[in-house]
Design a protein around this ligand. Structure first.
Ligand code: GTP
Ligand code: MG
Length: 204
């Protein structure tokens, strides 16, 4: 995939809101601070002039943000969930927003769920993966910040996360926004996901 043009095209701030257009979408979910916005910047090669906001303060992304790639599709940055330091009311409102988006008319073709490779998957990760399964949304799992994990530990990490979350090892991508590791593999997996759902659409 050659990325010629990327543009922020809009956000959904409230449950029931619609996507800013009709292109197919791939959404990125994960706990706050897992590296979603960094991953999007890396995928889009926007690491110098960032397009998705990155912050060491978790809870930076509060809306469902749409980034258009070429004339082809949207990458969608979701608010991080499960972040304990924002109030329960805010956490609940983000969850409602995410659920409304994923189950509504503007739903994406698939979701890339991110887990920080330095930490064990949390209950909120299990909940999300189960929820995506219940919606029948194709899901890829990305282990972020893999630059922090030694080569020796990678295979056991994959096995552990696979068992923890019930996701096949083949659906997992090891990724680092620091080194760019996994960028091509993830782009290809996203492309496959968009093409797969195109075929379903054509089948009617
Ligand atoms: P919210 O918007 O709060 O939900 O966070 P997010 O998931 O978008 O995370 P963000 O991309 O803002 O990154 C959070 C922190 O992790 C920042 O300090 C990043 O610099 C750091 N980070 C992100 N990706 C990587 C990575 O691949 N490797 C390392 N070492 N650090 C990373
Ligand atoms: Mg973010």
């Amino acid at each position: 995939m050659i990325i010629r043009r990327v543009e922020y095209v809009g956000s959904i701030a409230d449950p029931g809101g619609s996507a800013p257009g009709t292109l197919p979408q791939v959404a990125f979910s994960g706990r706050s601070n897992v590296g979603k916005s960094s991953l999007i910047n890396t995928l889009l090669r926007r690491t110098r002039k960032k397009i998705a906001h990155v912050s060491s303060t978790p809870g930076k992304t509060r809306m469902v943000n749409f980034f258009q790639v070429n004339e082809d599709f949207y990458l969608v940055d979701l608010p991080g969930f499960g972040y304990a330091k924002v109030s329960k009311a805010i956490r609940e409102s983000w969850k409602t927003l995410i659920h409304s988006y994923l189950s509504g008319e503007s739903a994406p073709r698939g979701v890339v769920h991110l887990v920080d490779s330095r930490h064990d998957p949390a209950d909120s990760d299990r909940e999300m993966v189960t929820y995506l399964g219940s919606l029948g949304l194709p899901t890829l799992l990305v282990l972020t910040k893999i630059d922090k994990v030694g080569r020796m530990h990678r295979e056991s990490l994959i096995q552990k996360v696979s068992k923890d979350l019930g996701v096949d090892a083949e659906q997992m991508v090891l990724f680092s926004s620091k080194t760019g590791e996994g960028r091509e593999e993830l782009l290809e997996a996203i492309e496959a996901l968009l093409e797969e759902s195109d075929e379903h659409e054509e089948d009617g």
